[in-house]
Design a protein around this ligand. Structure first.
Ligand code: URA
Length: 240
């Protein structure tokens, strides 16, 4: 069940505020009965009309993409760079769930479901994201511990993280580190490593919650299954 104004706004007909006005003005009918109460709850079976015109609910879609390097996670870009939605063949108004940097690769969800996107990006829900970072140098035990416990970035301490050293290459003096975090702050991984004096040379997100890149080459994408969408909704139950 969803609030009437939200359902109208989610259809793309107008903003939520405009929908509230329309409801108050008596222009909205649910199953052919005028509803002026803002909190009125509706579900997918209810027929909603504004000015006697039926509102079509946009079909919800959920894509999992293996983002390549050189793509921005916005729906338009003033520098004319390639935008992430252009990689998906759809006419629906999809957007990325959270962001990966221009030079970061890996798993990202795209959807037109604002409700699920909010649940998955809400810090309260502690959705795990696993990154593989190539950094310069060797991560020392005290640096590893600091990353695990939390470091201060932008004046706020990061939450506890899981950190594993996967390998160290003596020849290039670089390390591969696996890092699992539950937040999604701006450039978080790069800033965390910066705090312990290492530079991220390459970054890939390998896991988002229980979803992985299995079977997806760079630029490839697939639709989520109904079961996966339900599982994602369940992860967001803290903020429902
Ligand atoms: N952290 C970063 O620094 N960059 C990303 O793209 C994702 C997480």
């Amino acid at each position: 069940m969803e609030r009437l104004q939200k359902k109208i706004a989610n259809s793309g007909y107008c903003s939520r505020r405009k929908a509230e006005e329309l409801i108050k003005e008596g222009k909205v009918k649910v199953n052919d009965i005028i509803v002026t109460e803002l909190g009125h709850k509706v579900d997918d079976k209810d027929q909603i009309k504004v000015d006697d015109i039926l509102i079509e609910q946009e079909q919800k879609v959920y894509y999992l993409l293996n983002k390549p390097r050189g793509v921005v996670c916005t729906t338009d870009d003033d520098k004319n760079r390639k935008i992430i939605t252009s990689l998906i063949d759809t006419n629906l108004r999809i957007f990325p769930v959270g962001r990966l940097d221009y030079d970061t690769t890996g798993i990202i969800l795209l959807t037109n479901d604002g409700e699920l996107s909010n649940l998955l990006t809400h810090p309260k829900n502690n959705i795990e994201k696993t990154y593989i970072a190539k950094i310069n140098g060797k991560l020392l035990p005290n640096e590893l511990m600091a990353l695990k416990k939390g470091v201060i970035i932008d004046n706020i301490k990061t939450q506890k993280a899981r950190v594993k050293i996967k390998s160290y290459d003596k020849k290039t003096d670089t390390s591969i580190i696996e890092l699992t975090i539950t937040e999604g702050r701006n450039h978080q991984v790069k800033k965390m490593f910066e705090r312990v004096n290492h530079k991220v040379l390459k970054l890939k997100r390998e896991r988002f919650a229980f979803l992985t890149l299995d079977g997806l080459a760079s630029k490839d994408y697939r639709l989520l299954t109904v079961k996966e969408v339900k599982q994602l909704y369940n992860l967001g139950k803290n903020t429902k």
